[in-house]
Design a protein around this ligand. Structure first.
Ligand code: TRP
Length: 445
């Protein structure tokens, strides 16, 4: 049966896809990755990956979804049959769906943390707000039960929305949330640039230092580009299935990418000035970075606690509009099998993901020292999904669309001006897959 659900309104697809892309990856992960990976060299590789790999791969994912009009697995199946391709291609969708489940298991733990900060009101008469905020964070992560509570709550919210159906569940909310989040973030970054050390932030983020590049920085920057854009696992493909027919892929994808990159950079500008002007805070403090720095900035503001509440609420909602896209591909596929209802599917998948997330909860405390290949449970899932599975997914998407799809089919479906199309076509065929391979080779050498 043909897929009949379509996003209402011209901007809803853009907002939903941007809602998927903009999330913890931009506001929480990007700043701490930049901080832990030496700054500008990471930023530069990240930006190059966004343009050279992210753009063509995202456009390809949208195309597959928009043409297939089903879950990633079944869109790939439908197109493979239609074009007479190898019947193994749908497996790509299957691997993506599993990747989404793995990512969501730890994503929810961090999103839960962000949500808990909505309720973290700092006492008014603190002597040292950065000390307080560091202590608060370390208390939070050392308590399995508290982390588990917030992780559970976030999973329930994600499941409720996906259970309702993505269209009903988020179509409306992203319309309001996204613009609000942008304005708020820009305001915070201006404030933080004014009170903190903006000059050092600027040098740290933007004056390129190629000598600082290492294999691990390069692969992390590529992984971060995939993660931040939500590509490589079918989330954008799944959303593409609901895209209005007349909407143009090229323009849409460009808009999403610009929004996503903008939010990440603005988040960096909001956070680093405070870190640099505050001797207690450390630039390479890892996943705790925003939780330790931003409350300090808010504290120095009149009505700071109110801003802090609004901010962490916005991050939590941004995380929610991302987490649902991690669950959607698997859910949509099971739903198409017509055996179980969507709510039941979401309940079962959600329970599984929740249980898997307990491993990440414990990685902060009880299981901290259990390591495989030098990584604890959380870092291992994070590393494998971001740095290996997503880029590999992107690699195969670029091979499928760039090399296997007939040229004429692709040209007609993309509806681009010839010059733009050629640019897209060659980056998809050569630049993207070759860069992914080179980065893989470089990182194991
Ligand atoms: N991009 C989201 C973020 O930045 C996370 C996310 C949502 C994601 N869907 C995804 C990451 C699919 C990889 C693949 O927070």
């Amino acid at each position: 049966m043909a897929q009949t659900k379509i996003w209402q309104g011209n901007y809803t697809f853009i907002l939903a896809a941007a809602g998927s892309a903009v999330g913890l990856g931009n506001i929480w992960k990007f700043p701490y990755m930049v901080g832990s990976n030496g700054g500008s060299a990471f930023v530069l590789v990240y930006l190059i990956c966004i343009l050279a790999i992210g753009l063509p791969v995202m456009a390809s994912e949208v195309l597959i979804g928009k043409h297939g009009r089903k879950s990633p697995i079944n869109s790939l199946r439908k197109i493979s049959i239609e074009l007479g391709l190898n019947s193994l291609w749908p497996i790509l969708g299957g691997i993506g769906a599993v990747t989404g489940v793995l990512i969501l298991s730890y994503y929810s733990v961090f999103a839960g943390m962000a949500f808990s900060y909505v309720f973290n009101v700092m006492p008014v008469d603190l002597e040292n707000s950065s000390f307080y905020s560091m202590e608060h964070f370390s208390n939070l992560v050392s308590s399995p039960s508290v982390l588990l509570f917030w992780h559970s709550l976030f999973m329930i919210l994600t499941c409720l929305i996906v259970g309702l159906g993505v269209i009903k569940g988020i179509g409306k909310s992203v319309n309001v949330l996204m613009p609000f989040l942008f304005i708020f973030l820009v305001a915070i970054s201006i404030y933080s640039a004014l009170i903190g050390d903006f000059k050092q932030t600027y040098t740290f983020l933007f004056s390129p230092d190629f000598s600082a590049l290492t294999p691990s920085i390069v692969i992390s920057a590529m992984g971060q580009a995939f993660f931040s854009l939500s590509i490589g696992m079918g989330a954008i493909m799944a959303y593409g299935a609901y895209m209005p027919q007349k909407q143009l892929i090229g323009k849409t994808v460009l808009t999403i990418i610009i929004l996503d990159t903008f939010v990440a950079l603005v988040a960096g500008i909001a956070i680093f000035p405070i870190v640099f002007s505050n001797p207690l805070l450390e630039i390479n403090s890892g996943p705790g970075l925003i939780f330790q720095t931003l409350p300090v900035a808010f504290y120095s503001l009149p009505l700071g606690n109110i801003f802090s509440i609004i901010f962490f609420l916005l991050i939590s909602i941004a995380a929610l509009s991302s987490s649902i896209s991690l669950l959607e591909p698997f859910t949509a596929w099971l739903e198409e099998k017509n055996r179980f209802s969507r709510p039941l599917i979401v309940f079962l998948l959600g329970t599984f993901i929740w249980a898997l997330g307990i491993g990440s909860v414990l990685s902060f405390n009880l299981w901290q020292d259990y390591k495989i290949l030098g990584l604890n449970f959380l870092d291992l899932i994070d590393f494998t999904t971001n740095n290996i599975m997503l880029p590999l997914g992107g690699f195969f998407v670029s091979i499928l669309v760039g090399w296997v799809f007939p040229y004429k089919f692709l040209f007609e479906k993309m509806e681009m001006k010839r010059i733009n199309f050629l640019l897209f076509y060659y980056s998809l065929r050569y630049v993207a897959p070759v860069s992914i391979l080179l980065i893989f080779i470089y990182s194991i050498s």
